[in-house]
Design a protein around this ligand. Structure first.
Ligand SMILES: *Cc1c(COP(=O)(O)O)cnc(C)c1O
Length: 486
């Protein structure tokens, strides 16, 4: 059924109608007359059912992991257990003031301390700062730590190597930390080869930023050799841990040679995200880098936890107070609920789900790299483009089938990329219905390509003019209505 546009509440109700009449025995409830405003033009006067229906309908226009499959690659849109929300809302956590004396915040400090330890364990590294508020800020923090360490060795160096498949935040973080980024090509396997790193490493290279598994969903097999090459040249290995959903509980970046790693708690450890909501990007490091981490650090003296602000070599604060505490509580609750075995099981299921999609869609779609994938798979529009159907069209047609589109045209190294990340939280039935939809679109691309090119047909609005929307946004209902009328 095609969905209906929901008019603003200002267009509903009628004069004199009201949602609620609170009366006491002596007539209407006495109100402070100064609070009554009758000079508000077009103020909505609506009944309670009208209000309820309006807001429930609006909420139904949203698409989220709570409504359906959300295969947005690189984002790990897994189901976020509601119990995490309950934990974060516990009054002792939600109501705790950041300036509360340490003695009365021992529980919260213990939670942070335990979370640091668990992340060290998962990452195979020695120390963690929970302060950064997002993956990108974790990268920036990590690169500042790298710079501070090189500085302490006498010279900050000038370059950072970044594979061409990297997320755009990697070169951004390197640049903001004062480095020039040098792009390193991937080989025909889609991987970063030890040889290509060896060819570029010199004594001006401060670090390599490597995402493992890469944004192509592939495990970087040469990582140990790459780490050895960097270390021999006095450089460090930074690992972007946004894809830890393919490793946690199974393999540790520290064991692969990484010196610095950021986690994206809002991806891997289940926090609702998207639309710029709060996140957390803790940074884990090897022992020799610990003293450069943001301050304050948590310290334990005779069983009592406290904040240590005396960290002379720290890069300083990167976030007010101690980071996004509520996100840290959610991640803590999630880890506790899963346990170590549960996290490893999640990883295995996430990898299995992606490989299942790959195996079932292969043939219908061109698979960018012919090797087992990790937690996501990258397809392309190569086969469909013969009839003029492109990646954008396939993504739009998926909306008609009730699915959120995958990530498209990223990573940039794959032409017409469709990057699908199913995560561990989807049932076999959901994966199968997604496969059916993708298959139907592939067939339709041959039999009725125009139908795919004109999609979506079932949504409120069809193709938007994205450039015009950004340049000339319509911010009033009147504006939207007049545009729709034309
Ligand atoms: C998501 C992502 C980032 C950025 O993380 P944010 O939390 O969005 O800042 C960095 N690198 C990779 C590989 C990612 O997938």
């Amino acid at each position: 059924m095609k969905r209906e546009m929901e008019a603003p509440i200002f267009e509903k109700g009628s004069r004199g109608r009201s949602g609620i009449d609170v009366a006491c025995d002596d007539g209407p409830l006495p109100l402070d007359a100064t609070l009554l405003r009758d000079d508000l033009e077009d103020f909505p006067e609506v009944s309670e059912p009208e209000v309820i229906r309006h807001y429930v309908r609006l909420s139904q226009l949203n698409y989220s992991v709570a409504t359906n499959f959300y295969p947005l690659g690189s984002c790990t849109m897994k189901y976020n257990p509601v119990v995490n929300e309950r934990a974060a809302a516990l009054p002792g956590f939600a109501g705790l003031h950041p300036y509360a004396p340490e003695q009365s915040a021992q529980g919260a400090l213990r939670l942070l301390r335990d979370l640091e330890h668990w992340l060290c364990e998962i990452g195979g590294l020695d120390a963690v700062s929970l302060q950064p508020a997002a993956g990108a800020q974790g990268e920036l923090t990590g690169m500042k730590v790298v710079r501070a360490w090189h500085q302490s060795q006498g010279r900050p160096r000038s370059k950072v190597l970044i594979p061409e498949s990297a997320h755009g935040t990697n070169p951004a973080s390197a640049t903001l930390s004062g480095y020039d980024s040098v792009s390193v090509p991937c080989d025909e396997r889609g991987l970063l080869s030890a040889a290509s790193v060896r060819a570029l490493v010199d004594e001006d290279v401060a670090a390599l930023m490597l995402t493992n598994p890469s944004t192509l969903g592939l495990f970087e097999e040469d990582i140990e050799e790459i780490a050895a090459i960097l270390h021999a040249a006095g450089a460090l290995l930074y690992m972007d841990g946004a894809n830890m959903n393919a490793l946690m509980g199974v393999a540790k970046p520290g064991h692969m040679g990484a010196d610095v790693l950021q986690f994206n708690l809002h991806k891997t450890f289940s926090t609702p995200h998207g639309g710029g909501g709060p996140g957390a990007g803790p940074v884990a490091v090897r022992d020799f880098l610990e003293k450069f981490l943001p301050r304050p650090r948590i310290v334990e003296r005779a069983g009592v936890l406290a904040w240590d602000n005396e960290c002379p070599q720290s890069i300083g604060k990167v976030r007010s107070f101690y980071g996004n505490f509520g996100i840290l509580v959610r991640a803590y609750a999630y880890m506790l609920a899963c346990g170590g075995d549960g996290l490893a099981e999640s990883t295995r299921m996430a990898v299995l789900a992606a490989n299942y999609l790959k195996a079932r869609l292969e043939g219908r779609y061109h698979v960018a790299y012919q090797r087992p994938c990790m937690h996501e798979v990258v397809l392309t529009d190569k086969l469909q483009s013969r009839t003029g159907v492109r990646t954008l069209d396939i993504a739009k047609r998926l909306l008609d089938h009730g699915f959120h589109a995958p990530t498209i045209y990223f990573p940039l190294v794959v032409s017409g990329a469709l990057m699908i990340e199913p995560t561990e939280s989807e049932s076999l039935e959901t994966l199968d219905s997604f496969i059916e939809a993708m298959t139907a679109i592939a067939i339709e691309a041959e039999t009725d390509p125009d139908k795919v090119r004109d999609a979506p047909h079932q949504t409120l609005l069809s193709r938007l003019d994205e450039t015009r929307a950004a340049r000339h946004p319509l911010l009033t209902w009147q504006g939207v209505k007049s545009r729709l009328a034309t």
